[in-house]
Design a binder for this molecule. Structure first.
Ligand SMILES: [Fe+2]
Length: 287
């Protein structure tokens, strides 16, 4: 039986979070949760996370995993907030260490900021597997957008984070530190090598030109046939050229500065000062 997948769309950041349940029981995982953040006021809000918590509690689901596809640059993770209320382990790619090293430097974090991934409960590598109840999840390392990006393959469902988007929108940008369009092209080939009927759940949707509704579910077969960046006949060279040219025109995501500082810490805020106040930094002319 295929896993039951429930999507939660966050309109403020175009992020899709997922609850993935083992159809044989109550065990579930939550993929890529969102902590709402208003940058202008510096205020967090938990309404997106609370909606997911209310859903799993109403259904009586047992949250075993809080899975991050990567260190997001466009929203703050709510994984620790949800974990406190539901339990479960927070997992991310082992290359988080590289991301922590890169952004530890950008934000001039001191030695108290550990760059060993110890803020997370599990660090996954290519070929690792885990269980959600009786259901097995397999880990594909799919870097390119960032060095630590993972695809979680759970039953017939692949949670691809920011690699492929919907076929009419294409693929994720590769211009953040540590990103590479060539690497992303190769990672996408791994996803496209999954069985044709595999359901693909994307990490973001922005509505492609001509489409009025948000969408987040597609299949390997559809991506192979229709993806405007990597579908039929697109070579690695063409992809790299297109991706790099397009990335050069993109603005930084609105929440990149707070997101990176929080998400590289496993979704925790930086430590409070002696008065108990918490601050985020803005590195000037660094990103
Ligand atoms: Fe991302």
């Amino acid at each position: 039986m295929p896993p039951e997948v429930t999507a939660f769309f966050d309109e403020a950041t175009n992020t899709i979070s997922y609850v993935v349940r083992d159809p044989a029981g109550s065990a579930c995982a939550i993929v890529d949760s969102v902590l709402d953040f208003d940058y202008a006021s510096g205020r967090t809000d938990t309404r997106s996370a609370d909606a997911i918590i209310a859903f799993v509690q109403e259904k009586g689901y047992d949250v075993q995993w809080l899975l991050e596809s990567h260190v997001h640059a466009d929203h703050l993770s709510a994984a620790p907030y949800i974990q406190e209320r539901t339990g479960g382990k927070i997992g991310i790619g082992d290359n988080i260490k590289i991301v922590q090293d890169t952004f530890g430097k950008v934000f001039n974090e001191g030695t108290e900021f550990q760059r060993d991934g110890s803020q997370f409960d599990a660090l996954f590598n290519e070929g690792d597997s885990f269980h959600i109840g009786q259901m097995r999840g397999d880990v594909l390392h799919t870097p390119g957008h960032t060095p630590a990006c993972l695809t979680y393959v759970i039953g017939d469902a692949a949670f691809v984070g920011d690699t492929l988007f919907m076929p009419d929108f294409g693929t994720a940008r590769c211009d953040f530190p540590g990103g590479s369009s060539e690497t992303l092209f190769n990672s996408i080939q791994k996803i496209l090598a999954l069985p044709d009927e595999t359901r693909i759940f994307v990490g973001h949707d922005y509505k492609a030109p001509g489409r009025d509704e948000y969408a987040w579910e597609t299949t390997v077969a559809e991506q192979k046939a229709l993806n405007i960046h990597v579908g039929e006949g697109k070579s690695a060279e063409d992809f790299v050229k297109m991706r790099d040219e397009r990335d050069a025109t993109l603005a930084m995501p609105k929440l990149i500065i707070p997101s990176l500082q929080v998400n590289m810490r496993g979704g925790q805020m930086p430590p409070a000062d002696e008065k108990g106040d918490v601050f985020l930094k803005v590195p000037v002319n660094k990103l």
